[in-house]
Design a protein around this ligand. Structure first.
Ligand SMILES: [Zn+2]
Ligand SMILES: [Zn+2]
Length: 338
């Protein structure tokens, strides 16, 4: 029996009668994380991990939310359901479903490198694994976070030395807080756009230590920003909003920056290939660690990933979903904080 199937409303567990990250309103929605393509409005009841609840509330308003700790098991119509760390953003979870001796896991979005900010990814043994594949091509191989953050801090220091502000565009939920946690506050003040600060407050409220941040309104005069690093959502790029910083250098932090043309297309001075998704080796390792014999791939380069897995002897198939590629066009995560 298939424990999770694709339906027009979203991934569905027939024996449990619940959906996972549905894209249409349903009676009972189990949510992997708060990005807007995974946590959509209109369902009657939501289930998510404890730390994800304040994010859902901010996005969806006063909705009915039940929460679980990581690893805590509940019974839904005879199906055992539990949530396990996905390492993607605060409260992000893989959904483990067990029924009649079968175990299926739906990953949601995940990254395999421990970012030191959110609970690190924990592979779950299962018979069938539904994996994301946003960066499911062999060209995607991330450098270690420590190396990339040393580059970001060095770039900031060089700009400050030249009397230029440093503006970094990053998605407001997850990426911005990960950057923030690893910026060196000794370099100068850190300023956050109004769309990012509410998510910082949620992270802090859930016990994630982040350095002090300022708002643009705390400063007066253009020169005031010369030593500052300013974090802003991608929608602020090339807008009137950034011109207030006087002379500045800008950068975009995203896995897509690994492709040189994407930096030019964004029109920024610098790209930092920092992603909250697994790279190609991360996907392959994560899939093998589950021991699953059948794998379904959702969003991204599902064709390349499933072909590779089939050549390795796995039963790998593509699964159609309506999840966006939040890192691709930048819409989803900005909505998440509006
Ligand atoms: Zn996501
Ligand atoms: Zn996604």
């Amino acid at each position: 029996m298939d424990l999770i199937v694709a339906t027009p409303r979203g991934l569905y567990c027939p024996p449990g009668d619940f959906h996972i990250d549905p894209w249409r309103p349903v009676a009972r929605a189990v949510i992997t994380h708060g990005h807007s393509d995974h946590a959509r409005w209109g369902s009657d009841a939501y289930l998510c991990q404890n730390d994800g609840a304040p994010i859902l509330r901010r996005r969806l308003g006063d909705v009915s939310i039940r929460t679980l700790a990581y690893g805590e098991r509940i019974d839904i119509n005879g199906v055992t359901v539990s949530l396990h760390p996905a390492g993607h953003v605060l409260g992000s979870a893989q959904v483990r479903v067990e029924y009649g001796g079968e175990v299926w896991v739906a990953s949601g979005d995940y990254k395999t490198e421990d970012d030191g900010v959110v609970a690190p990814f924990e592979p779950q043994r299962c018979h069938v694994f539904i994996t994301e594949s946003t960066f499911g091509l062999p060209i995607y191989r991330w450098r270690r976070q420590g190396e990339i953050m040393a580059e970001v801090n060095g770039w900031w220091l060089a700009n400050a030395g030249a009397g230029r502000a440093s503006v970094v565009f990053a998605y407001g939920l997850g990426k911005a807080q990960r950057l923030l946690a690893h910026l060196d506050p000794a370099n100068g003040p850190i300023v956050c756009h109004g769309a990012i600060e509410p998510m910082n407050a949620i992270y802090r409220g859930q016990g994630v230590p982040l350095p002090a941040t300022k708002r643009v309104s705390d400063f007066s005069g253009r020169d005031a920003f010369a030593q500052a690093l300013i974090l802003a959502p991608p929608s602020a790029a090339n807008s009137a909003w950034v011109r207030r910083f006087g002379e500045y250098s800008d950068a975009f932090a995203s896995g897509w920056m690994q492709i040189r043309g994407n930096r030019r297309r964004r029109g920024v001075d610098q790209g930092f290939a920092l992603s909250d998704h697994a790279d190609w080796p991360g996907l392959i390792d994560a899939i093998h660690a589950t021991g699953a014999e059948r794998v379904y791939a959702t969003h991204g380069a599902t064709g390349a990933l499933t072909r590779y897995l089939r050549e390795g002897g796995l039963d790998a198939r593509m699964l159609h979903t309506e999840y966006g590629e939040e890192e691709a066009e930048g819409g989803a995560e900005e909505e998440a904080v509006s």
